[in-house]
Write a protein that binds this ligand. Structure first.
Ligand code: OXD
Ligand code: MN
Length: 654
């Protein structure tokens, strides 16, 4: 691979070589002809001097970059080429068994003060963090190539777009970035002398050569038992050490597009959220744009690619994981998907749950930690009703159906360009985004939360978002299925104080005023007494989306419940669905006693977050308790509701 790429068109912007002392083993590729920003040039040189890679390669976005990277990785054993007839141009990566998910307990926000990071983040004093990280990164890339990956989040040059550069000694991370972001010289050319950009420094922490020249063999998935995912919001910088996996290593994604961008959004009057974006078209051609927030691995990709079961309705995909939302000149809230690829959870993906994803990943896809079939294709739990008789599991071991362990890791992933998605909306890359009509909050809740309710107004919607809880999934390390608070689906992703995030939402809503999108809450995961799901989900979720669209356009009625507004009888189109009255009632049931319990836990949660929780949200909690207590006892409000003034919420007419 060449160590120096030249881009004649950009040559005039090139900085003259900087007065960096040339060390004998600092490679030439430190310099790149497209760099017009001195801080960027100096930063690359600094990391090279610190981490001492053998080689530096800038990704330029050239047509053959994918080919060159994958060929090299197949040769080194980092990737396995899948059968070209069954799965053209596709590859399998197997991670180290200890590097399979985001590591939230090793994720840090290094803002100036602990107050700014807030109680939901691990705060780390920035000076201490830099000291420790400099120590870890020292010579951490010896024997390896360091890739310099310039990228744009959002269309290159778009008004809402932002720029970043990641340096990494992981070819897997570099390759994945070429899918997940707009990588190369076009993005680099946008970083002018004074353009802000976000720095991402990444090392897997597995040098191949020591200072004394001794070498060690590489492994297919290098990583380090010590991991740090550290964010420096004031410096617009991310330092990630020790992991090669997903959100730990593809710094454009959770680290930049959520944690750092949420801070940029707070300061700039916009929102960076863990949301899919879709365009819904009704049989009569009415368009509704929906942004929906769910915790990790709760089916955002499935919803973004939904195949409606209701005749005449159409869903088109704009994004499946992250949205940046900004009030536009017309006063409405406009959203882009800042990413360029899907990093989707493979297990459970099949023709019934998500036929569009099945098509999307037919070719040109990186699979990670899925199982390998004997004919060189991929498999995961739920891919087919019956597993094949023999597989090679995600660890590379023989697997048969009686093995007593999953063949694919539950957090196994596919990485694929969005352009391969047949339901991609033609507006997905509009530089100004699309105008959002409805915001949806969801979680994975076996009990309590109804199928759908509408918030009474924006502030109530912020309360609903702030009180989302969800059962944990395999996307993060730790126990599965444990109910945890996950406000806005953003618990691990807000790069500053959580209460301040809620206040920022209230401020954005105040600015939007009458143009603010409607806010809804959904729960596809409610279970009956026998433990089975009450709602069929997947393509049938369009019935709920259709009601939401009808509400937005004034075409459906709703009635009050203690929690918000729900569809009046007959408003939810259930035609063709076998759903007994009991099941329907159970889907919408609000049990005052368990909700009073839920409120007590919310009160506790707000208490843990401290003084930054906006008073309006305490008021909504008090009002909810009062209503529930009334329903429970048929009496006056419970004394606990009297802590704050109980306001009368205004019901917005449909
Ligand atoms: C993801 C996640 O990978 O939320 O999208 O963990
Ligand atoms: Mn996600």
């Amino acid at each position: 691979m060449s160590t120096l790429t030249t881009t004649p068109a950009l040559h005039q912007h090139r900085y003259p070589p900087l007065p960096v002392p040339r060390l004998p083993d600092v490679p030439d590729g430190v310099w790149h002809h497209g760099v017009a920003n001195r801080s960027l040039a100096e930063w690359v040189a600094r990391i090279v001097r610190l981490a001492r890679p053998d080689d530096v390669v800038w990704l330029t976005g050239a047509d053959d970059e994918w080919e060159r990277l994958t060929t090299g990785m197949v040769e080194s054993g980092a990737l396995l080429r899948l059968d070209p007839a069954l799965r053209p141009d596709s590859f399998l990566a197997r991670s180290d068994p200890d590097d399979v998910a985001r590591v939230e307990d090793r994720t840090f926000v290094c803002s100036r003060t602990a107050r700014e990071a807030g109680p939901t983040n691990n705060w780390w004093d920035p000076r201490e963090a830099h000291n420790e990280l400099d120590r870890r990164f020292a010579e951490s890339m010896r024997g390896r190539t360091m890739y310099v990956v310039p990228y744009s989040m959002g269309p290159v040059g778009g008004a809402i777009s932002q720029l970043g550069v990641q340096v990494t000694d992981s070819a897997y991370a570099a390759l994945s970035l070429t899918v997940m972001a707009r990588v190369g010289d076009d993005a680099l050319a946008e970083i002018g002398p004074d353009t802000p950009w976000v720095a991402g420094v990444h090392s897997v922490g597995f040098p191949l050569r020591k200072g004394d020249g001794t070498r060690r063999e590489d492994v297919p998935w290098p990583s380090n038992p010590v991991k740090y995912i550290a964010h420096f919001p004031e410096e617009r910088a991310i330092w990630s050490y020790g992991s090669g996996y997903g959100g730990n290593a593809l710094l454009s994604k959770k680290c930049f597009a959520l944690r750092i961008a949420s801070v940029l959004g707070r300061d700039g009057g916009w929102l960076a959220e863990h949301m899919l974006v879709l365009r819904l078209t009704s049989p009569d051609g009415r368009i509704t744009h929906v942004a929906a927030a769910f915790p990790s691995a709760c089916g955002k990709t499935n919803l973004a690619m939904l195949q409606p079961t209701l005749p005449g309705w159409r869903v088109e995909t704009i994004g499946d994981d992250i949205a940046w939302l900004r009030p536009g000149a017309d006063g409405r809230l406009w959203a882009i998907n800042p990413e360029a690829g899907f990093f989707g959870v493979a297990p459970g993906t099949n023709e019934a749950s998500n036929p569009v994803a099945v098509d999307t990943i037919r070719k040109h896809t990186i699979f990670t930690n899925v199982a390998l079939t004997d004919d060189g294709d991929v498999w995961w739990e739920g891919r087919t009703p019956e597993p094949p008789a023999h597989l090679t599991d995600w660890r590379g071991q023989d697997w048969t159906p009686g093995a007593g362990r999953p063949a694919a890791h539950p957090n196994a992933r596919f990485t694929v360009p969005v352009q391969q998605c047949r339901t991609l909306a033609d507006s997905w890359a509009e530089p100004d985004g699309v105008p959002i009509d409805a915001i949806v909050f969801g979680g994975r809740r076996a009990t309590n939360v109804p199928l759908v309710t509408e918030a009474r107004d924006w502030t109530h919607g912020v309360f609903v978002g702030a009180t989302v809880s969800s059962e944990t999934t395999a996307a993060q390390e730790g126990a599965l299925g444990v109910l945890r608070r996950d406000p806005f689906g953003m618990l691990p992703f807000v790069g500053y104080d959580m209460g301040d995030h809620w206040q920022h939402w209230l401020d954005v809503g105040a600015r939007l005023g009458e143009h603010a999108p409607r806010i809804f809450q959904v729960n596809w995961f409610r279970k009956g007494d026998d433990g089975s799901f009450l709602w069929p989900g997947f393509g049938e979720n369009v019935r709920v989306l259709a009601w939401i669209a009808d509400r937005v356009h004034g075409a459906a009625d709703a009635e009050e419940t203690g929690l918000g507004l729900r569809p009046v009888a007959g408003a939810l189109d259930l035609d063709g669905l076998t759903l007994g009255d009991d099941t329907l009632a159970a889907l919408f049931a609000v049990d005052p006693e368990s909700w009073l319990d839920e409120c007590a836990r919310t009160d506790e949660f707000f208490g843990q977050l401290g003084e930054s929780v906006p008073p309006e949200l305490h008021e909504h909690l008090a009002a909810l308790r009062s209503r529930l207590w009334h329903d429970h006892e048929g009496t006056a409000p419970h004394p606990s509701a009297s802590r704050t003034t109980v306001g009368t919420a205004v019901t917005r007419a449909a």
